[in-house]
Ligand binder design. Structure first.
Ligand SMILES: *Cc1c(COP(=O)(O)O)cnc(C)c1O
Length: 246
């Protein structure tokens, strides 16, 4: 099989599962966007995936996610006609690298990084929208605001909204073989979003947390059922390509 045939099959399966999860939970599939995570993908696979996605949905710009700022910047220059999202940790000294390349940063994990992005904003006119990463499970290996910390610093975070478009929240569930075990973390992120949206200071700053970035290859089904608007999927899309010959 060719790269394209494998990618098409993988993409169809993932899209079908997203659709079914939407049907089960009464959601509109148009409100769930697939972020194809290309961090481990060879360039020729990415080029093939772009064509397959454009062929299937000519009016949707493909969205690709990278976790390293340098790789995102390099790849965005080579392929400017797709949307590039940063999904991995951003050091303050790398903020400029992605400022005019990424459409969305999923992984803003500190007030200091927001400060840095606001500085960069004063130089570059274009700046990505941001999601705040929340460490719902409290695992030490994960970065992100704790739920308490995000609530405690929310008014400070809102003060950056004049310069930075804050559009949602992101989380990663604990690793597990059982997708269902991720569901409580996804529900907690949605509840947190809902409670922040009820605050009067959120409304007065015109901040609207429309995006929930949650769910990866192993757990995107419960994530969609719990309200994900962005699912970040890598291995499921590229599986089977290592062995293929073109
Ligand atoms: C790698 C990565 C993903 C995709 O993981 P898969 O299991 O390959 O789908 C999603 N989100 C983040 C933050 C990642 O680093």
């Amino acid at each position: 099989m060719t790269f394209s045939a494998i990618l098409r099959e993988n993409l169809d399966r993932v899209n079908n599962e997203i659709h079914q999860a939407c049907t089960r939970s009464g959601r509109d599939p148009a409100h769930v966007r697939l972020v194809a995570v290309t961090k481990y993908a060879a360039w020729q696979w990415i080029e093939a995936l772009r064509l397959v996605m454009l062929d299937q949905s000519p009016r949707c710009r493909p969205v690709f996610g990278e976790n390293r700022p340098q790789q995102l910047a390099d790849r965005a220059v080579r392929m400017p006609d797709v949307e590039w999202h940063l999904i991995g940790q951003l050091q303050r000294n790398k903020a400029r690298l992605v400022a005019d390349k990424a459409t969305l940063i999923h992984s803003v994990d500190s007030v200091r990084l927001l400060e840095r992005l606001a500085e960069v904003r004063s130089v570059h006119s274009f700046l990505p929208g941001v999601l705040l990463q929340v460490n719902v499970t409290g695992e030490l290996s994960k970065s992100g605001f704790s739920i308490d910390r995000l609530q405690d610093t929310w008014s400070e975070i809102l003060s950056f909204s004049a310069h930075i478009r804050i559009v949602g929240l992101m989380t990663m569930a604990a690793e597990s073989d059982d997708p269902e075990s991720a569901r409580p973390a996804f529900a907690a992120l949605r509840n947190l979003r809902d409670s922040l949206m009820l605050r009067t200071d959120t409304a007065s700053h015109h901040v609207n947390l429309t995006e929930l970035s949650m769910g990866m290859s192993g757990d995107f089904i419960p994530a969609v059922e719990e309200g994900a608007t962005l699912v970040r999927i890598g291995s499921r899309l590229f599986q089977g390509l290592e062995e293929s010959r073109e």
